[in-house]
Design a protein around this ligand. Structure first.
Ligand SMILES: O=C(O)CCC(=O)C(=O)O
Ligand SMILES: [Fe+2]
Length: 202
């Protein structure tokens, strides 16, 4: 592990993996993704809109509605998801593998007051592939729990440019985002936080 990598409960956190220019370039790439596949607020299976806005890139996008959580090949507007930006794939190749590329890059946008409840990422077929997360913009308080719901947790503020690899025994560890520090970064014009998660789906 290099100096700027910390490991918490099996989650590898590469602090400042992306420098300012790399972060800005990624934001430009994501602007293109969101132009073709606009951000939307999915409904939870319980009928409440999620506080986070989302879109996706890749063969699959992540969806939630009354019929549950799942991966789909089309945006709700009926268009295919745009390709995963090359710069995102390069991060995956550097930290995970060159043998397989992710087939979903979920793009989450946290506006003021948005949060994400504790959950496992388990809609993918093969848990031997990690989930890789890239944070951009405002800081987010990331909470790491256990492989079953509940129990003691540990939290860490993720900053713009931080990359987290959630794999191995920690692949099914519960995690969530309690809050963001709105306005703590100037990367995004309107403020807020973007989190990208790359997943191997099938
Ligand atoms: O926003 C984050 O840092 C985590 C996002 C996440 O856990 C997810 O999209 O499944
Ligand atoms: Fe997650």
């Amino acid at each position: 592990m290099d100096m700027d990598t910390v490991e918490i409960r099996g989650f590898r956190i590469h602090r400042g993996f992306l420098d300012g220019p790399a972060q800005a370039a990624l934001v430009e790439d994501l602007r293109d993704v969101a132009t073709r596949a606009p951000m939307f607020s999915p409904m939870t299976p319980y009928g409440k809109p999620m506080r986070v806005k989302m879109t996706s890139a890749g063969k699959y996008g992540w969806m939630s509605d009354k019929s549950g959580y799942r991966y789909v090949t089309q945006h709700p507007d009926g268009v295919e998801w745009p390709a995963i930006p090359q710069r995102v794939l390069a991060v995956w190749q550097a930290l995970v593998s060159c043998e397989r590329t992710p087939d979903c890059c979920l793009v989450n946008y946290y506006g003021e007051g948005a949060r994400m409840g504790m959950h496992q990422d388990r809609d993918e077929a093969d848990f031997s592939w990690p989930v890789l997360s890239i944070s951009l913009g405002d800081e987010g308080l990331f909470r790491i729990g256990n492989t079953t719901r509940g129990g003691k947790t540990e939290s860490i503020w993720l900053q713009s440019g931080d990359v987290v690899v959630m794999g191995g025994d920690a692949r099914l560890t519960y995690h969530g985002v309690d809050k963001i520090r709105f306005g703590s970064s100037t990367l995004l014009e309107k403020g807020g936080r973007i989190n990208l998660t790359c997943r191997v789906v099938d």
